[in-house]
Design a protein around this ligand. Structure first.
Ligand code: AMP
Length: 429
């Protein structure tokens, strides 16, 4: 089969890497890809936002399956465009992608199906939103309705922050149309967990659990980012929570979508917070997580390609997914300054040495190959995944590999998965 992977991040490198292992994968293209995908696939000079050119490429090159990595092309309706040309694509249609592209749509769906989530109000008038915040109990969480590059959520500790956030989003249009409507919701306390499900319209198969680290700095400080690291399985997840999650969240959300006339085919990833009362939905995503995918796929023993095909064909209930029981820890190496402005074009050294270490996988994100050298080209540069028999093992191993990679102004968190390491009880005292 000829496969096209759309996107250029670590998630897309991990998807291409996993698909490459399939005996049925003949050729893999990445649009536009990065220096890592160039080693295992053929990079194509088409951006993920150029939907028409992507359709043209898939048609001209007789691509059998296209896998869409990022949310933006899905929200823009890339799968509908492919379907109109009788091209097979993995991912939800524009209408199904609204579970992610409209927080208001997702909230209404959850309300209708009584899915546990934060209590929320939606506003399209900034005056009303401001008045609501005068009486609110802080902290409150303010979310832009639409996609805002992962930056559309603010936890407002007080009225002044709430006012400035509402003003920026709704009046100054910091996120363009995406912030014209907002959701203001209660702040939930607990620990976060990511679940990924392959959904075939009616049935689903869950992938293993994972946790990511969204804040830029150690100790969960600093601004929210796309993700600075991840690990799988999640240490705050168990079979009891999973049954509650399936009964109270997964089954109702699919039922709700079907009642709206929407058949969701693709990857549905509810971001959860585990509270004392059980899992609550923070958001729905309609594509693989980044960097969770870089931690999950090295643990997946099954061939990914037939799973993606079964998801499209409505046959996921006939598939089983086998997993490596070891733990995966993924550390993201970023350019200093990320998620703000950062310098790029820095030479990366030590990649080959690090890649030779056992049970290490290096996924590229913001990298570019120029004159036989690999250079940085973005905020998140690499994701280094290690497998280990325990979380300590995997952590130690991941950081050993990270220590061998160098580029100017490289920044990474030192505490990825640290909270999951069991605390030793000193029996001698
Ligand atoms: P979202 O994009 O909706 O997942 O929000 C981004 C991040 O904001 C989440 O990963 C949480 O850390 C935080 N967050 C979102 N909603 C809430 C909430 N209701 N209570 C507490 N934290 C939240």
């Amino acid at each position: 089969m000829k496969i096209l992977v759309i996107g250029s991040g670590g998630r897309e490198h991990a998807l291409a890497w996993k698909l490459r292992q399939s005996p049925d994968a003949e050729r893999i293209f990445c649009a536009p890809g990065n220096a890592g995908t160039a080693e295992i696939a053929e990079n194509v000079g088409v951006l993920a936002s150029d939907l028409e050119a992507l359709v043209r490429f898939a048609k001209e090159n007789r691509v059998d399956l296209t896998v869409i990595g990022p949310d933006d092309p899905l929200a823009a309706g890339i799968v509908d465009l492919f379907a109109a040309e009788k091209l097979r694509a993995f991912g939800p249609t524009k209408s199904a992608a609204r579970v992610e592209s409209s927080k208001i749509f997702a909230k209404e769906l959850m309300r209708a199906q009584k899915i546990p989530t934060a209590q929320a109000r939606t506003f399209s008038d900034s005056g009303e939103a401001l008045r609501y915040c005068e009486r609110a109990k802080f902290p409150v969480v303010i979310k832009a309705d639409g996609l805002a590059l992962g930056k559309g959520v603010t936890i407002a500790a007080d009225a002044a922050t709430a006012q400035s956030t509402i003003d920026e989003m709704m009046n100054q249009r910091r996120f363009g149309d995406a912030g014209l409507r907002v959701v203001i919701e209660e702040f939930l306390r607990g620990t976060e967990c990511s679940l990924h499900a392959l959904v075939d319209g009616k049935n689903y198969r869950l992938l293993e659990s994972a946790r990511d680290h969204k804040r830029a700095l150690d100790g969960d400080q600093g601004p929210n980012t796309g993700g600075m690291g991840a690990f799988s399985p999640a240490n705050n997840w168990n079979s009891k929570l999973q049954s509650q999650f399936e009964k109270e969240i997964m089954q109702p959300v699919l039922r709700g979508l079907l009642q709206e006339g929407i058949k969701f085919h693709g990857l549905l990833y509810p971001g959860l917070i585990v509270t004392s009362q059980g899992p609550r939905v923070l958001e729905f995503n309609c594509r693989f997580g980044d960097p969770e995918t870089q931690a999950l796929l090295p643990r997946m023993k099954s061939d990914l390609l037939p799973l993606l095909e079964a998801t499209i064909d409505g046959k996921i209930d006939q598939c089983a997914i086998e997993w490596d029981t070891r733990v995966a820890v993924t550390v993201v190496l970023a350019s200093a300054g990320y998620p703000g402005k950062c310098e790029t074009g820095k030479l990366i050294s030590g990649l080959q040495g690090a890649a030779k270490l056992k049970d290490i996988q290096i996924f590229h994100a913001g990298t570019k190959r120029a004159n036989d050298e690999v250079k940085t080209s973005g905020g998140r540069v690499l994701a280094v995944t290690a497998l280990g028999s325990t979380i300590e093992d995997a952590r130690e191993h991941a950081y050993e590999a990270v220590s061998r990679i160098h580029f100017e102004n490289c920044y990474y968190r030192r505490d990825i998965a640290l909270s999951a390491v069991p605390v030793n009880i000193d029996k001698s005292s």
